[in-house]
Design a protein around this ligand. Structure first.
Ligand code: AMP
Ligand code: MG
Length: 434
């Protein structure tokens, strides 16, 4: 029975929401990660080569940071027992000075103090520092201060208060950033264990695609998707296997996918997954593994295939397969909204999410409820310095310039409707992402 379908209905029933698609991907990735024992595949690298790699075990701090109790202020160190008196004014004799970096410190007796600089090691009998500005010097070689200006233990940094010896300083699963490299160096660590990089095969399918080595004839287009995917994957530090352009015939597709799954942990293809186009891809996927052909309630990027291809020797685990849509913008959007996190998760990263920022829209945007839209946006400040986001203009899925000119995705959520100027929208900033 054919019921009339209106534009809104089209995005319901057999459509997956973005969240449902993400959850399905995450579940399969966890499953494959267990089968592949990816967590065993690690290597030790010199610290300077670890940027962007994923830490394979907790870095335990071999030392206390700071290594000893030290002063948080310029002032005078003393023992807080001297505060236990009925007198309102405390009077202490100065018996020495200690500077930051000094490795031995003189002892003190009752009613004595030591002049101390910020970062200098606390004298053994002292637990409290009175800052210089709260003291008076009524006679040479001594100080006086009001008892209630300081409490026992104040202005002292405790040994191990930043990092405790034996406790995790950086946790396993972290994508190592510059500060992590510096932190490891501050602990005297010269090498780290990181997960081996997963191997990702990329290919483009379509009879209209033309390799750059061939002349462009009418009816053909250059294959750009493999290049944007290659760049996205390079940025994330994965090992890439470029399987080129594959023609839309069952033989070519079978050969290409078989070869790729022998070598790679993940295959990403683009094109050939939309209704009416997917026949051959579907046929081959039924032979080679278990792949769902999804319609996702999103724009751009509605059709997508996802699943696993059977393990083929010499591989010891199934290969994850992402069949992305062919349109160049849809490829990048689906890559960043589904594939990026899945690859990082497969490679052992914990919490690879990119934070969203809430920003006011500078303009009205038409948006249908019942699908998630990833519009290409530009974050900017107006003449008063207020932050806004606006669209890059035409949002066609084939207009790669809209990605190129954008500095963020404006994420218009599933249930959101039209946006009015000044409405708050979620934004995902590209910098460092693309
Ligand atoms: P498809 O999903 O295969 O129907 O492709 C959708 C649109 O994307 C068509 O206009 C294709 O020509 C285009 N397209 C597919 N693959 C690529 C590619 N590798 N590079 C650039 N455009 C592509
Ligand atoms: Mg095609």
């Amino acid at each position: 029975m054919n019921k009339p379908v209106n534009a809104n209905q089209e995005f319901q029933s057999d459509f997956l929401s973005v969240t449902e698609a993400r959850n399905a991907i995450s579940t399969l990735i966890q499953d494959i990660q267990l089968q592949a024992k990816r967590s065993d595949a690690m290597e030790r690298l010199p610290l300077k080569q670890c940027l962007g790699r994923i830490l394979a075990n907790d870095i335990l701090s071999p030392i206390n940071v700071p290594a000893t109790d030290n002063s948080a202020m310029d002032g005078f160190a003393f023992n807080s027992k001297d505060l236990k008196t009925d007198r309102e004014q405390i009077h202490l004799r100065i018996v020495g000075t200690v500077y930051a970096g000094q490795t031995s410190v003189p002892p003190t007796q009752a009613s004595e103090c030591i002049k101390i600089m910020t970062g200098a090691m606390m004298p053994p009998d002292c637990d409290t520092v009175i800052p210089q500005e709260f003291t008076k010097s009524s006679e040479e070689g001594s100080i006086t201060f009001a008892k209630d200006t300081v409490r026992a233990g104040e202005n002292r940094r405790l040994r191990g208060e930043d990092l405790q010896a034996g406790k995790p300083a950086i946790q396993q699963g972290r994508i190592l950033k510059a500060s992590d490299i510096g932190l490891a160096a501050s602990l005297g660590i010269t090498e780290l264990s990181v997960y081996q990089r997963i191997k990702v095969a990329i290919l483009s399918s379509g009879d209209e695609l033309c390799d750059m080595s061939e002349p462009l004839v009418p009816g053909k287009i250059y294959d750009s998707n493999r290049f944007s995917l290659h760049a996205c994957l390079s940025r994330l530090g994965f090992e890439i296997i470029d399987c080129g352009i594959v023609r839309d015939t069952p033989e070519d597709l079978r050969r290409a996918f078989t070869l790729a799954s022998q070598q790679a942990d993940v295959i990403i293809s683009s094109g050939g997954v939309s209704v009416g186009e997917a026949d051959f891809t579907k046929q081959i996927m039924d032979e080679l593994g278990e792949v769902g052909f999804w319609k996702i309630a999103m724009r751009p990027g509605r059709p997508m295939a996802f699943g696993s291809l059977k393990q083929i020797s010499p591989k010891t685990s199934p290969t994850v397969f992402f069949g992305l849509p062919g349109n160049p913008v849809a490829v990048m959007v689906t890559f960043y909204q589904f594939v990026r996190n899945a690859l990082l998760q497969l490679n052992g990263a914990l919490k690879p999410e990119v934070p969203l920022v809430l920003v006011q829209s500078a303009e009205a945007i038409r948006k249908k409820s019942g699908r998630t839209e990833f519009q290409r946006g530009v974050l900017f400040r107006d003449s008063e310095g207020k932050l806004f986001v606006k669209s890059t203009g035409s949002q066609g899925a084939g207009i790669l310039r809209s990605m190129s000119e954008a500095n963020c995705f404006m994420i218009l959520h599933h249930d959101q409707g039209n946006i009015a100027p000044g409405d708050w929208v979620d934004v995902e900033i590209f910098d460092g992402l693309l």
